[in-house]
Design a binder for this molecule. Structure first.
Ligand SMILES: Cc1cc2nc3c(=O)[nH]c(=O)nc-3n(C[C@H](O)[C@H](O)[C@H](O)COP(=O)(O)OP(=O)(O)OC[C@H]3O[C@@H](n4cnc5c(N)ncnc54)[C@H](O)[C@@H]3O)c2cc1C
Length: 507
Protein backbone atom coordinates (compact mmCIF):
# COMPACT_ATOMS: atom_id res chain seq x y z
CA UNK A 1 0.00 0.00 0.00
CA UNK A 2 2.67 2.53 1.00
CA UNK A 3 4.73 2.11 -2.19
CA UNK A 4 1.57 2.61 -4.28
CA UNK A 5 0.44 5.68 -2.33
CA UNK A 6 3.93 7.19 -2.47
CA UNK A 7 4.23 6.76 -6.23
CA UNK A 8 0.75 8.16 -6.73
CA UNK A 9 1.47 11.15 -4.42
CA UNK A 10 4.68 11.95 -6.25
CA UNK A 11 2.93 11.78 -9.62
CA UNK A 12 0.12 14.08 -8.47
CA UNK A 13 2.63 16.48 -6.94
CA UNK A 14 4.63 16.63 -10.17
CA UNK A 15 1.46 17.33 -12.16
CA UNK A 16 0.52 20.06 -9.70
CA UNK A 17 4.01 21.59 -9.91
CA UNK A 18 3.70 21.72 -13.70
CA UNK A 19 0.27 23.36 -13.50
CA UNK A 20 1.42 25.97 -11.00
CA UNK A 21 4.64 26.61 -12.94
CA UNK A 22 2.77 27.29 -16.16
CA UNK A 23 0.21 29.52 -14.38
CA UNK A 24 3.09 31.45 -12.79
CA UNK A 25 4.86 31.74 -16.11
CA UNK A 26 1.72 33.21 -17.64
CA UNK A 27 0.66 35.64 -14.88
CA UNK A 28 3.63 35.99 -12.52
CA UNK A 29 3.97 34.56 -8.98
CA UNK A 30 2.02 37.30 -7.21
CA UNK A 31 -1.18 36.27 -9.04
CA UNK A 32 -0.78 32.68 -7.82
CA UNK A 33 0.34 33.01 -4.20
CA UNK A 34 -2.39 30.69 -2.93
CA UNK A 35 -1.50 28.00 -5.48
CA UNK A 36 2.21 28.25 -4.63
CA UNK A 37 1.55 28.07 -0.89
CA UNK A 38 -0.66 24.99 -1.31
CA UNK A 39 2.01 23.36 -3.47
CA UNK A 40 4.66 24.03 -0.81
CA UNK A 41 2.58 22.51 1.99
CA UNK A 42 1.72 19.42 -0.09
CA UNK A 43 5.41 19.09 -0.96
CA UNK A 44 6.19 19.34 2.78
CA UNK A 45 3.81 16.44 3.53
CA UNK A 46 5.45 14.27 0.86
CA UNK A 47 8.94 15.16 2.12
CA UNK A 48 7.99 14.36 5.73
CA UNK A 49 6.76 10.95 4.58
CA UNK A 50 10.00 10.46 2.63
CA UNK A 51 12.14 11.41 5.65
CA UNK A 52 10.19 9.03 7.90
CA UNK A 53 10.41 6.22 5.33
CA UNK A 54 14.20 6.61 5.07
CA UNK A 55 14.38 6.51 8.86
CA UNK A 56 12.19 3.39 8.99
CA UNK A 57 14.30 1.63 6.38
CA UNK A 58 17.58 2.38 8.12
CA UNK A 59 16.39 1.76 11.69
CA UNK A 60 14.10 -1.28 11.05
CA UNK A 61 12.16 -0.29 14.17
CA UNK A 62 8.47 -1.32 13.72
CA UNK A 63 7.04 1.92 15.12
CA UNK A 64 9.08 4.02 12.68
CA UNK A 65 7.56 1.96 9.85
CA UNK A 66 4.06 2.66 11.21
CA UNK A 67 4.74 6.39 11.47
CA UNK A 68 6.10 6.45 7.91
CA UNK A 69 3.05 4.65 6.61
CA UNK A 70 0.59 7.00 8.29
CA UNK A 71 2.55 10.01 6.94
CA UNK A 72 2.40 8.47 3.46
CA UNK A 73 -1.34 7.91 3.78
CA UNK A 74 -1.85 11.49 4.96
CA UNK A 75 0.15 12.88 2.04
CA UNK A 76 -1.76 10.64 -0.34
CA UNK A 77 -5.07 11.66 1.16
CA UNK A 78 -4.27 15.39 0.89
CA UNK A 79 -3.05 15.04 -2.70
CA UNK A 80 -5.82 12.75 -3.86
CA UNK A 81 -8.35 15.39 -2.85
CA UNK A 82 -7.03 17.35 -5.83
CA UNK A 83 -7.68 14.55 -8.29
CA UNK A 84 -10.79 13.14 -6.64
CA UNK A 85 -9.17 9.66 -6.68
CA UNK A 86 -8.72 7.16 -3.89
CA UNK A 87 -10.08 9.32 -1.05
CA UNK A 88 -8.95 7.88 2.27
CA UNK A 89 -11.09 7.81 5.33
CA UNK A 90 -9.66 10.28 7.87
CA UNK A 91 -11.17 8.15 10.66
CA UNK A 92 -9.02 5.20 9.62
CA UNK A 93 -5.89 7.34 9.77
CA UNK A 94 -6.82 8.65 13.23
CA UNK A 95 -7.41 5.06 14.43
CA UNK A 96 -3.92 4.13 13.22
CA UNK A 97 -2.55 7.06 15.21
CA UNK A 98 -4.45 5.96 18.35
CA UNK A 99 -2.95 2.51 17.91
CA UNK A 100 0.56 3.96 17.50
CA UNK A 101 0.04 5.97 20.71
CA UNK A 102 -0.61 2.78 22.66
CA UNK A 103 2.72 1.33 21.56
CA UNK A 104 4.79 4.49 21.93
CA UNK A 105 8.30 4.46 23.31
CA UNK A 106 11.11 7.05 23.19
CA UNK A 107 12.17 7.21 19.56
CA UNK A 108 14.60 10.13 19.41
CA UNK A 109 17.69 7.88 19.32
CA UNK A 110 16.31 5.20 17.02
CA UNK A 111 18.74 4.84 14.11
CA UNK A 112 21.23 7.30 15.63
CA UNK A 113 24.98 6.72 15.66
CA UNK A 114 26.70 5.95 18.96
CA UNK A 115 28.30 9.41 18.97
CA UNK A 116 24.94 11.15 18.48
CA UNK A 117 23.32 9.02 21.20
CA UNK A 118 26.04 9.95 23.65
CA UNK A 119 25.77 13.61 22.71
CA UNK A 120 22.01 13.56 23.31
CA UNK A 121 22.16 11.75 26.62
CA UNK A 122 24.88 14.01 28.04
CA UNK A 123 23.05 17.14 26.87
CA UNK A 124 19.73 15.94 28.21
CA UNK A 125 21.29 15.33 31.59
CA UNK A 126 22.98 18.75 31.43
CA UNK A 127 19.83 20.64 30.36
CA UNK A 128 17.65 18.87 32.97
CA UNK A 129 20.14 19.83 35.67
CA UNK A 130 21.32 23.30 34.61
CA UNK A 131 18.46 24.81 32.59
CA UNK A 132 15.09 23.24 33.31
CA UNK A 133 14.88 24.26 36.99
CA UNK A 134 15.09 27.94 35.96
CA UNK A 135 12.93 27.86 32.83
CA UNK A 136 9.54 28.57 34.36
CA UNK A 137 10.73 31.42 36.60
CA UNK A 138 12.70 33.02 33.76
CA UNK A 139 9.51 33.02 31.67
CA UNK A 140 7.04 34.09 34.32
CA UNK A 141 9.22 36.83 35.82
CA UNK A 142 10.77 37.77 32.46
CA UNK A 143 14.18 37.44 34.10
CA UNK A 144 17.59 37.47 32.43
CA UNK A 145 19.11 34.14 31.45
CA UNK A 146 21.18 33.12 34.50
CA UNK A 147 24.91 33.56 33.87
CA UNK A 148 25.64 30.04 35.10
CA UNK A 149 23.65 28.64 32.15
CA UNK A 150 25.74 30.63 29.68
CA UNK A 151 28.98 29.69 31.45
CA UNK A 152 28.20 26.01 31.62
CA UNK A 153 27.07 25.93 27.97
CA UNK A 154 30.37 27.60 27.08
CA UNK A 155 32.22 25.03 29.21
CA UNK A 156 30.67 22.24 27.14
CA UNK A 157 31.81 23.94 23.92
CA UNK A 158 28.21 24.45 22.72
CA UNK A 159 28.91 27.83 21.13
CA UNK A 160 31.63 26.30 18.99
CA UNK A 161 29.73 23.30 17.57
CA UNK A 162 29.77 24.76 14.02
CA UNK A 163 33.13 26.52 14.28
CA UNK A 164 36.08 24.69 12.68
CA UNK A 165 38.74 23.48 15.11
CA UNK A 166 41.36 25.77 13.51
CA UNK A 167 39.32 28.75 14.79
CA UNK A 168 38.90 27.35 18.29
CA UNK A 169 35.66 25.48 17.71
CA UNK A 170 34.67 21.84 18.09
CA UNK A 171 33.97 21.05 14.43
CA UNK A 172 36.33 18.61 12.79
CA UNK A 173 34.00 17.63 9.94
CA UNK A 174 30.64 19.32 9.27
CA UNK A 175 27.95 17.73 11.45
CA UNK A 176 24.74 19.76 11.35
CA UNK A 177 22.86 16.90 13.01
CA UNK A 178 25.06 17.26 16.10
CA UNK A 179 24.11 20.94 16.24
CA UNK A 180 20.44 19.95 15.91
CA UNK A 181 20.68 17.41 18.71
CA UNK A 182 22.27 20.03 20.98
CA UNK A 183 19.59 22.54 20.03
CA UNK A 184 16.75 20.07 20.57
CA UNK A 185 17.93 19.14 24.04
CA UNK A 186 18.51 22.72 25.14
CA UNK A 187 15.15 23.86 23.70
CA UNK A 188 13.40 20.94 25.38
CA UNK A 189 14.48 22.52 28.68
CA UNK A 190 13.91 26.14 27.61
CA UNK A 191 13.53 27.69 24.16
CA UNK A 192 14.44 31.17 25.32
CA UNK A 193 16.78 30.27 28.17
CA UNK A 194 19.12 27.95 26.29
CA UNK A 195 18.03 26.55 22.90
CA UNK A 196 18.05 29.96 21.23
CA UNK A 197 21.47 30.97 22.51
CA UNK A 198 23.13 29.04 19.69
CA UNK A 199 21.13 30.60 16.82
CA UNK A 200 22.79 33.99 16.72
CA UNK A 201 26.36 32.67 16.80
CA UNK A 202 25.36 30.20 14.04
CA UNK A 203 24.29 33.11 11.78
CA UNK A 204 27.34 35.26 12.46
CA UNK A 205 29.74 32.31 12.25
CA UNK A 206 28.45 31.34 8.79
CA UNK A 207 28.76 34.95 7.60
CA UNK A 208 32.33 35.19 8.92
CA UNK A 209 33.38 31.83 7.51
CA UNK A 210 32.05 32.74 4.07
CA UNK A 211 32.84 36.43 3.89
CA UNK A 212 35.19 37.46 6.71
CA UNK A 213 38.87 38.22 6.29
CA UNK A 214 41.34 35.81 7.90
CA UNK A 215 42.04 38.45 10.55
CA UNK A 216 38.34 38.81 11.37
CA UNK A 217 37.91 35.04 11.64
CA UNK A 218 40.85 34.87 14.06
CA UNK A 219 39.58 37.88 16.01
CA UNK A 220 35.98 36.75 16.59
CA UNK A 221 35.52 33.01 16.00
CA UNK A 222 37.59 31.75 18.97
CA UNK A 223 35.89 34.28 21.28
CA UNK A 224 32.46 33.11 20.08
CA UNK A 225 33.46 29.43 20.33
CA UNK A 226 34.58 29.66 23.94
CA UNK A 227 31.59 31.77 25.01
CA UNK A 228 33.65 34.90 25.80
CA UNK A 229 31.50 36.91 23.42
CA UNK A 230 27.74 36.50 23.14
CA UNK A 231 26.13 37.44 19.83
CA UNK A 232 23.01 39.33 18.67
CA UNK A 233 21.84 39.85 15.08
CA UNK A 234 20.17 43.15 14.14
CA UNK A 235 18.45 43.09 10.76
CA UNK A 236 14.79 44.04 11.25
CA UNK A 237 13.73 47.71 11.35
CA UNK A 238 10.49 49.43 12.33
CA UNK A 239 9.31 49.68 8.70
CA UNK A 240 11.00 46.62 7.32
CA UNK A 241 11.16 42.94 8.35
CA UNK A 242 10.64 40.28 5.70
CA UNK A 243 11.72 42.54 2.87
CA UNK A 244 15.38 42.62 3.93
CA UNK A 245 16.47 44.23 0.64
CA UNK A 246 14.58 47.40 1.62
CA UNK A 247 16.40 48.02 4.92
CA UNK A 248 17.31 51.66 5.40
CA UNK A 249 19.45 52.10 8.57
CA UNK A 250 22.50 53.90 7.09
CA UNK A 251 26.20 53.42 7.84
CA UNK A 252 28.20 56.40 6.61
CA UNK A 253 31.90 56.05 5.79
CA UNK A 254 34.02 58.68 7.58
CA UNK A 255 37.17 60.26 6.08
CA UNK A 256 39.40 57.98 8.22
CA UNK A 257 37.67 54.85 6.86
CA UNK A 258 35.64 54.14 10.01
CA UNK A 259 31.82 54.05 9.89
CA UNK A 260 29.10 56.03 11.66
CA UNK A 261 25.59 54.66 12.22
CA UNK A 262 22.46 56.66 13.03
CA UNK A 263 19.18 54.76 12.84
CA UNK A 264 16.88 52.24 14.51
CA UNK A 265 16.75 48.46 14.56
CA UNK A 266 13.79 46.60 16.04
CA UNK A 267 13.29 43.14 17.52
CA UNK A 268 16.94 42.43 18.25
CA UNK A 269 16.99 39.45 20.60
CA UNK A 270 19.62 39.20 23.30
CA UNK A 271 21.07 42.61 22.34
CA UNK A 272 21.54 43.61 26.00
CA UNK A 273 23.69 40.71 27.11
CA UNK A 274 25.61 40.39 23.82
CA UNK A 275 29.08 41.78 23.26
CA UNK A 276 28.93 41.39 19.46
CA UNK A 277 26.06 42.59 17.28
CA UNK A 278 25.92 41.58 13.63
CA UNK A 279 24.32 44.61 12.03
CA UNK A 280 23.00 44.96 8.49
CA UNK A 281 23.16 48.57 7.25
CA UNK A 282 22.68 50.50 4.06
CA UNK A 283 26.01 51.53 2.58
CA UNK A 284 25.08 51.87 -1.08
CA UNK A 285 22.34 51.94 -3.67
CA UNK A 286 18.70 50.95 -3.02
CA UNK A 287 17.94 47.22 -2.99
CA UNK A 288 19.89 44.18 -1.88
CA UNK A 289 23.16 45.27 -3.53
CA UNK A 290 23.56 48.25 -1.21
CA UNK A 291 23.73 46.51 2.18
CA UNK A 292 26.79 45.68 4.28
CA UNK A 293 27.19 43.51 7.37
CA UNK A 294 29.12 44.86 10.36
CA UNK A 295 30.16 43.33 13.65
CA UNK A 296 29.92 45.98 16.32
CA UNK A 297 31.34 45.54 19.79
CA UNK A 298 29.62 46.72 22.96
CA UNK A 299 29.71 45.86 26.66
CA UNK A 300 27.25 43.26 28.00
CA UNK A 301 24.30 44.71 29.95
CA UNK A 302 21.84 42.95 32.26
CA UNK A 303 18.12 43.71 32.33
CA UNK A 304 15.57 45.24 29.96
CA UNK A 305 17.22 48.58 29.15
CA UNK A 306 20.72 49.84 28.51
CA UNK A 307 22.58 52.89 27.31
CA UNK A 308 26.08 52.64 25.88
CA UNK A 309 28.00 55.89 25.39
CA UNK A 310 31.16 55.79 23.32
CA UNK A 311 34.10 57.99 24.37
CA UNK A 312 33.64 60.01 21.13
CA UNK A 313 29.97 60.76 21.92
CA UNK A 314 28.16 58.10 19.87
CA UNK A 315 25.34 56.28 21.65
CA UNK A 316 23.44 53.01 21.48
CA UNK A 317 20.24 52.82 23.51
CA UNK A 318 18.39 49.52 23.93
CA UNK A 319 14.86 48.97 25.27
CA UNK A 320 13.30 45.52 25.52
CA UNK A 321 9.87 45.09 23.91
CA UNK A 322 7.47 43.12 26.16
CA UNK A 323 6.48 39.85 24.43
CA UNK A 324 4.04 37.03 25.26
CA UNK A 325 6.77 34.39 25.14
CA UNK A 326 10.42 33.93 24.23
CA UNK A 327 11.30 35.71 27.45
CA UNK A 328 14.74 35.55 29.00
CA UNK A 329 16.36 36.48 25.69
CA UNK A 330 14.67 39.94 25.83
CA UNK A 331 14.07 41.39 22.38
CA UNK A 332 15.19 45.00 21.97
CA UNK A 333 14.58 48.17 20.06
CA UNK A 334 18.04 49.58 19.32
CA UNK A 335 18.63 53.29 18.64
CA UNK A 336 22.02 54.22 17.20
CA UNK A 337 23.05 57.87 17.25
CA UNK A 338 26.38 58.84 15.65
CA UNK A 339 27.59 55.41 16.73
CA UNK A 340 31.13 54.82 15.45
CA UNK A 341 32.58 51.51 14.41
CA UNK A 342 35.99 50.67 12.96
CA UNK A 343 36.70 50.07 9.27
CA UNK A 344 37.72 46.55 10.31
CA UNK A 345 34.21 45.83 11.64
CA UNK A 346 32.82 45.59 8.10
CA UNK A 347 32.67 41.83 7.39
CA UNK A 348 35.12 41.21 4.54
CA UNK A 349 36.39 44.83 4.84
CA UNK A 350 36.74 46.38 1.34
CA UNK A 351 35.69 43.12 -0.34
CA UNK A 352 32.60 42.95 1.85
CA UNK A 353 31.22 46.36 0.96
CA UNK A 354 27.60 45.96 -0.23
CA UNK A 355 27.79 42.14 0.10
CA UNK A 356 25.91 42.06 3.41
CA UNK A 357 22.63 40.80 1.98
CA UNK A 358 24.29 37.66 0.61
CA UNK A 359 26.20 37.01 3.83
CA UNK A 360 23.03 37.48 5.86
CA UNK A 361 21.11 35.05 3.65
CA UNK A 362 23.85 32.43 3.90
CA UNK A 363 23.80 32.82 7.66
CA UNK A 364 20.01 32.47 7.65
CA UNK A 365 20.17 28.95 6.11
CA UNK A 366 21.91 27.78 9.28
CA UNK A 367 19.59 29.90 11.42
CA UNK A 368 16.60 28.22 9.77
CA UNK A 369 17.69 24.62 10.27
CA UNK A 370 18.64 25.55 13.81
CA UNK A 371 15.13 26.94 14.29
CA UNK A 372 13.67 23.64 13.06
CA UNK A 373 15.74 22.03 15.84
CA UNK A 374 14.35 24.53 18.33
CA UNK A 375 10.79 23.65 17.27
CA UNK A 376 11.54 19.92 17.68
CA UNK A 377 12.91 20.56 21.19
CA UNK A 378 9.80 22.48 22.26
CA UNK A 379 7.59 19.76 20.75
CA UNK A 380 9.54 17.04 22.56
CA UNK A 381 8.95 18.76 25.91
CA UNK A 382 5.22 19.34 25.23
CA UNK A 383 4.83 15.77 24.00
CA UNK A 384 6.47 14.20 27.05
CA UNK A 385 4.44 16.33 29.48
CA UNK A 386 1.21 15.49 27.67
CA UNK A 387 1.89 11.77 27.54
CA UNK A 388 2.57 11.74 31.29
CA UNK A 389 -0.43 13.95 32.12
CA UNK A 390 -2.96 12.02 30.03
CA UNK A 391 -1.86 8.75 31.64
CA UNK A 392 -2.09 10.22 35.13
CA UNK A 393 -5.18 12.43 35.08
CA UNK A 394 -8.44 10.57 35.71
CA UNK A 395 -11.63 11.93 34.11
CA UNK A 396 -14.98 10.04 34.06
CA UNK A 397 -13.30 7.32 36.11
CA UNK A 398 -10.43 6.58 33.74
CA UNK A 399 -7.14 8.16 32.62
CA UNK A 400 -7.55 10.61 29.70
CA UNK A 401 -5.24 8.34 27.71
CA UNK A 402 -7.81 5.50 27.87
CA UNK A 403 -9.96 7.46 25.38
CA UNK A 404 -9.48 6.66 21.71
CA UNK A 405 -9.78 10.32 20.67
CA UNK A 406 -7.13 11.44 23.18
CA UNK A 407 -4.82 8.65 22.01
CA UNK A 408 -5.30 9.62 18.38
CA UNK A 409 -4.24 13.16 19.31
CA UNK A 410 -1.18 11.84 21.13
CA UNK A 411 -0.39 9.71 18.07
CA UNK A 412 -0.71 12.76 15.83
CA UNK A 413 1.62 14.64 18.16
CA UNK A 414 4.16 11.81 17.82
CA UNK A 415 3.88 12.02 14.04
CA UNK A 416 4.38 15.81 13.98
CA UNK A 417 7.35 15.46 16.33
CA UNK A 418 9.13 12.60 14.57
CA UNK A 419 8.26 13.89 11.09
CA UNK A 420 9.79 17.28 11.89
CA UNK A 421 12.83 15.69 13.45
CA UNK A 422 13.53 13.40 10.52
CA UNK A 423 12.87 16.16 7.98
CA UNK A 424 15.44 18.35 9.75
CA UNK A 425 17.97 15.47 9.86
CA UNK A 426 17.47 14.91 6.13
CA UNK A 427 18.24 18.59 5.51
CA UNK A 428 21.22 18.36 7.91
CA UNK A 429 22.77 15.57 5.85
CA UNK A 430 22.41 17.67 2.71
CA UNK A 431 23.86 20.76 4.41
CA UNK A 432 26.90 18.71 5.46
CA UNK A 433 27.45 18.02 1.77
CA UNK A 434 27.14 21.70 0.84
CA UNK A 435 23.52 21.54 -0.44
CA UNK A 436 20.15 21.57 1.29
CA UNK A 437 19.32 25.28 1.50
CA UNK A 438 15.71 24.72 0.35
CA UNK A 439 15.37 21.59 2.49
CA UNK A 440 16.54 23.58 5.54
CA UNK A 441 13.84 26.17 4.85
CA UNK A 442 11.24 23.44 4.36
CA UNK A 443 12.19 21.78 7.65
CA UNK A 444 11.90 25.16 9.39
CA UNK A 445 8.55 25.94 7.79
CA UNK A 446 7.01 22.58 8.62
CA UNK A 447 8.44 22.11 12.12
CA UNK A 448 7.50 25.61 13.26
CA UNK A 449 3.92 25.32 12.03
CA UNK A 450 3.31 21.89 13.57
CA UNK A 451 4.99 23.01 16.81
CA UNK A 452 2.05 25.37 17.18
CA UNK A 453 -0.47 22.61 16.47
CA UNK A 454 1.29 20.21 18.83
CA UNK A 455 1.56 22.67 21.72
CA UNK A 456 -2.08 23.62 21.14
CA UNK A 457 -3.14 19.98 21.55
CA UNK A 458 -0.84 19.72 24.57
CA UNK A 459 -2.65 22.59 26.31
CA UNK A 460 -6.03 21.15 25.27
CA UNK A 461 -5.27 17.73 26.75
CA UNK A 462 -4.15 19.44 29.97
CA UNK A 463 -7.59 21.12 30.29
CA UNK A 464 -7.64 24.20 32.53
CA UNK A 465 -4.19 23.27 33.80
CA UNK A 466 -2.89 23.86 30.27
CA UNK A 467 -3.99 27.48 30.49
CA UNK A 468 -2.24 28.13 33.81
CA UNK A 469 1.16 29.74 33.96
CA UNK A 470 2.09 27.07 36.47
CA UNK A 471 2.05 24.34 33.81
CA UNK A 472 5.02 24.31 31.44
CA UNK A 473 2.77 23.51 28.46
CA UNK A 474 1.38 27.07 28.51
CA UNK A 475 4.95 28.35 28.09
CA UNK A 476 5.60 25.91 25.24
CA UNK A 477 2.43 27.21 23.54
CA UNK A 478 3.44 30.90 23.62
CA UNK A 479 7.07 30.10 22.85
CA UNK A 480 6.08 28.01 19.81
CA UNK A 481 4.12 30.97 18.37
CA UNK A 482 7.26 32.97 17.67
CA UNK A 483 8.98 30.22 15.66
CA UNK A 484 6.94 30.84 12.51
CA UNK A 485 7.58 34.60 12.68
CA UNK A 486 11.36 34.91 12.85
CA UNK A 487 14.14 33.40 10.71
CA UNK A 488 11.82 33.83 7.73
CA UNK A 489 8.13 34.59 8.34
CA UNK A 490 6.06 31.55 7.40
CA UNK A 491 4.31 32.90 4.29
CA UNK A 492 7.41 34.62 2.99
CA UNK A 493 9.44 31.42 3.40
CA UNK A 494 6.73 29.42 1.66
CA UNK A 495 6.26 31.77 -1.31
CA UNK A 496 9.59 33.46 -1.85
CA UNK A 497 12.07 30.77 -0.82
CA UNK A 498 10.62 27.25 -1.06
CA UNK A 499 7.92 27.94 -3.67
CA UNK A 500 10.39 29.77 -5.86
CA UNK A 501 12.91 26.89 -5.62
CA UNK A 502 10.26 24.25 -6.40
CA UNK A 503 9.10 26.13 -9.47
CA UNK A 504 12.66 26.68 -10.65
CA UNK A 505 13.07 22.89 -10.69
CA UNK A 506 10.38 22.82 -13.40
CA UNK A 507 12.25 25.24 -15.69
C1 LIG B 1 10.46 37.55 19.63
C2 LIG B 1 11.09 38.02 18.35
C3 LIG B 1 12.46 38.00 18.24
C4 LIG B 1 13.07 38.47 17.07
N1 LIG B 1 14.43 38.50 17.01
C5 LIG B 1 15.03 39.10 15.95
C6 LIG B 1 16.45 39.29 15.93
O1 LIG B 1 17.18 38.87 16.84
N2 LIG B 1 17.00 39.99 14.89
C7 LIG B 1 16.22 40.48 13.88
O2 LIG B 1 16.78 41.12 12.97
N3 LIG B 1 14.89 40.30 13.86
C8 LIG B 1 14.28 39.63 14.88
N4 LIG B 1 12.91 39.47 14.89
C9 LIG B 1 12.13 40.01 13.81
C10 LIG B 1 11.68 38.97 12.80
O3 LIG B 1 12.77 38.46 12.09
C11 LIG B 1 10.66 39.67 11.90
O4 LIG B 1 9.51 39.87 12.69
C12 LIG B 1 10.35 38.87 10.67
O5 LIG B 1 11.42 38.93 9.77
C13 LIG B 1 9.10 39.38 9.97
O6 LIG B 1 9.19 40.76 9.74
P1 LIG B 1 8.00 41.72 10.20
O7 LIG B 1 7.68 41.49 11.61
O8 LIG B 1 8.36 43.09 9.79
O9 LIG B 1 6.75 41.22 9.36
P2 LIG B 1 6.32 41.75 7.93
O10 LIG B 1 7.44 41.71 6.98
O11 LIG B 1 5.59 43.03 8.11
O12 LIG B 1 5.27 40.62 7.52
C14 LIG B 1 4.10 40.36 8.33
C15 LIG B 1 3.32 39.23 7.73
O13 LIG B 1 2.81 39.62 6.47
C16 LIG B 1 2.73 38.53 5.61
N5 LIG B 1 3.53 38.80 4.40
C17 LIG B 1 4.59 39.64 4.28
N6 LIG B 1 5.08 39.64 3.04
C18 LIG B 1 4.30 38.81 2.33
C19 LIG B 1 4.28 38.38 0.98
N7 LIG B 1 5.18 38.78 0.08
N8 LIG B 1 3.33 37.51 0.59
C20 LIG B 1 2.42 37.06 1.47
N9 LIG B 1 2.39 37.40 2.77
C21 LIG B 1 3.31 38.26 3.20
C22 LIG B 1 3.28 37.32 6.37
O14 LIG B 1 2.21 36.60 6.97
C23 LIG B 1 4.13 37.95 7.44
O15 LIG B 1 4.22 37.12 8.59
C24 LIG B 1 12.27 38.94 16.02
C25 LIG B 1 10.87 38.92 16.12
C26 LIG B 1 10.29 38.46 17.27
C27 LIG B 1 8.79 38.47 17.38
Amino acid sequence: MSATTTTSSQKTLTTLKRQVASAVEADGPEAHQIDIDRLVWLHARVEVARALREWAESSKHPLTGDLAEVAELQAFSALSRLTGEGFLDAVQISRRLADIAERLEPLQDVGASEAHRLLRSSLREFADREVKPYASRMHRQDEDIPEHIIKSMAGLGLFGVSIPAEYGGAQVTPDVKAMLIATEELSRASLAGAGSLITRPEILVQALLRGGTEKQKRQWLPAIANGDKMVAVAVTEPDCGSDVASLSCPAKELPDGDWEITGTKLWCSFAGRSELVMLLCRTGQAGHRGLSAFVIEKPAFAGHEFEYRQPGGGTLIGKAIPTIGYRGMHTFELSFDHFRTLASSLIGEGEGLNRGFYLQMEGFAMGRIQTAGRAVGVMQAAFEDTLAYTKDRVVFGQPIFANELARSKVGMMALWLQGSRQLSYLAARMLDEGNGQTEASLAKLYACRVAESLTREATQLHGAMGYSEEADVSRYFVDARVLGIFEGAEDVLSLRVIGRALLQEMD
